[in-house]
Ligand binder design. Structure first.
Ligand code: HPA
Ligand code: MG
Length: 216
């Protein structure tokens, strides 16, 4: 992880009044942490870094749904744009979409199951890029990478839009990261709280009202 943007704990974000927020979320948010425009500008650079690193070799880009869908589509669009316009070379891309289900097995060890997606055998010998919305404790990502390794890809790299400074982190750090953020619950740009807020444009910090309203 090289050029990620670090958002300090002391950073208060922007006032909601400075941006356009859907009426249905007005009462549920504390601040705008990362405006949509900044998200896009940062993704443009991540796309360039990936384009440079992967050279001419085919790349299998796997989106971890649902939270990763906006980051994924914007990132792929920007890599495709480089592919169209760079002239000298391009990275052949294939796309795939997975969902992860976590459950406790009978030994009470948390495991994950990959649902949807192509047959995992298709990653054998390929360069793989896993695209995720947020890395929090890092446990899910470590398990997913363990699962992928069984199918013998040539290499696996991870692009996560956000990396939370989480005290309970297992230390996992992705190769590409948009923003390192404080240990706060964030929503928007496809990140949810109990399936709410995915339809929010900017990445925002949810407030207690929002937590209480949508907790299950
Ligand atoms: N927001 C949304 N989903 C998450 C978060 C978060 O802050 N942390 C882990 N999953
Ligand atoms: Mg996720």
């Amino acid at each position: 992880m090289t050029n990620s943007i670090k958002i300090e704990d002391s950073y208060q974000g922007y006032s909601l009044d400075s941006f356009c927020i859907p009426k249905h979320y007005e009462e549920d948010l504390e601040s705008v942490l990362i405006p949509y425009g900044v998200i896009h500008d940062r993704i443009e650079r991540i796309a360039k870094d990936i384009f440079v690193d992967f050279g001419k070799e085919p790349l299998v880009a796997i989106c971890v749904l649902k939270g990763g869908y906006k980051f994924y589509t914007d990132l792929i669009d920007k890599i495709n744009s480089l592919n169209r316009n760079q002239g000298e070379r391009s990275v052949p891309l294939s796309v795939d979409f997975i969902r992860l289900r976590s459950y406790q097995n009978d030994k009470s060890v948390g495991t994950i199951e990959v649902i949807g997606g192509d047959n995992m055998e298709s990653v054998k010998g390929k360069n793989v890029l896993v695209v995720e919305d947020i890395i929090d404790t890092g446990r899910t990502m470590k398990k997913l990478l363990g699962l992928l390794e069984e199918f013998q890809p040539k290499c696996v790299k991870v692009a996560s839009l956000l990396l939370k400074r989480q005290p309970a982190s297992n230390g996992y750090i992705p190769e590409y990261c948009g923003f390192e953020i404080p240990d706060k619950f964030v929503v928007g740009y496809a990140l949810d709280f109990n399936e709410r807020f995915r339809d929010l444009h900017h990445i925002c910090v949810v407030n207690n009202n929002g937590i209480n309203k949508y907790k299950v």
